[in-house]
Design a binder for this molecule. Sequence first.
Ligand SMILES: NC(=O)c1ccc[n+]([C@@H]2O[C@H](COP(=O)([O-])OP(=O)(O)OC[C@H]3O[C@@H](n4cnc5c(N)ncnc54)[C@H](OP(=O)(O)O)[C@@H]3O)[C@@H](O)[C@H]2O)c1
Length: 250
Amino acid sequence: MVADFEVRHRVAVVTGGSSGIGLRFVQAYLDAGASVVAVSRSPGPLTELKTKYPDQLVHVAADLSKPQACYIVVESALAAFGQVDILVNAAGVNPRKNSDELSFEDWEMTVNLNLTAPYLLAKGFVGPMRERCWGRVINIASLQTERAFPNGIAYGATKGGVGQLTRAMAEEWSRFGVGVNAIGPGFFPTALTQRVFENEDLVNQLAAQTCIGRNGTLDDLVGPLMFLSSPASDYVTGQILYVDGGFTAK
Ligand SMILES: NC(=O)c1ccc[n+]([C@@H]2O[C@H](COP(=O)([O-])OP(=O)(O)OC[C@H]3O[C@@H](n4cnc5c(N)ncnc54)[C@H](OP(=O)(O)O)[C@@H]3O)[C@@H](O)[C@H]2O)c1
C-alpha cells in the first residue's frame, strides 16, 4: 500500500492566509490542486495570487477577533465552493507585553482571535464534515503551548488553550471522520516574529536550542501540512505535531 497524500479536489479554509505561515499554506494547497478560501482582514498578496489561480482561490475579508464575523465567514466559505473539507486556523497575534503593559483589550483580542475564532469556525464547519464522514481541523499551536516565554501571558494562555481545544475537539469528532490536530511551529520568520528575527543574538540562541541547529523556513511546514490534510493521517487525531527542529525534544 502506498500512503495517500492527495488533497486535490479538497476545499481548505485558511485563516491568516494573507501572510507568513497561512500564506505559505494557501500556496501549498493551490500547488497541490486544492481550492482555498483564505480569510484575513485585508487580502495583501492574495490579490496577486488570485490572478494566477482565479478558479481555485477566494478571499473572505473578516476581523476574526469579532465572534459575529466568524459566523459570517462560515456561511461565506461554505458558499464559495459548496463545501469545506479542511479548516486551518492560522490567524493569530502575539501582543508581546508584560502584565503591566497588557490591557484588557489586548487580552480580549488575543483570546478572541487565537482561541475563540478557531473554536467557532470549527464548530461551524464540523456539521457538514460529519455528514460527509470526512474532514480535517488543523490548529496552529506554538512552543508556548508547552513552555513559558517572556511577555507571553496572553499569547501563552491562548496557545495552551489551542492544545487542549485540539484534543477535546478530537475526542468529540474523530469517530465521525473528522480528524483534529495541531501543528506546533518552532521559530519561523514572519511578520509576527519580525522583532525576534531582527535580534541576531536571539536568533542564534533560538537556533542553538533546536536539535537540528537552525530555525525554520516556511517550506519546512508544507510536508506536515499535507500529511495532516490528507488520508495519510486518517488514524492520527488529537495530536500536536511540533515542527520545531527538535526544540521541544531538547
Ligand atoms: N512565525 C512563527 O514562528 C510562529 C511560531 C509559532 C506559532 N505561530 C502561529 O502561526 C500562526 C500564523 O502566524 P504568522 O507567524 O504567520 O503571523 P503573520 O505573518 O503575522 O500572519 C498573521 C495572519 O493573521 C491575520 N490576522 C491578524 N489579525 C487578524 C484578525 N483580527 N482577523 C483576521 N485575521 C487576522 C493576518 O492578516 P490581516 O492582518 O490582514 O488580518 C495574517 O494573515 C499564528 O497562530 C501564530 O501564533 C507562528
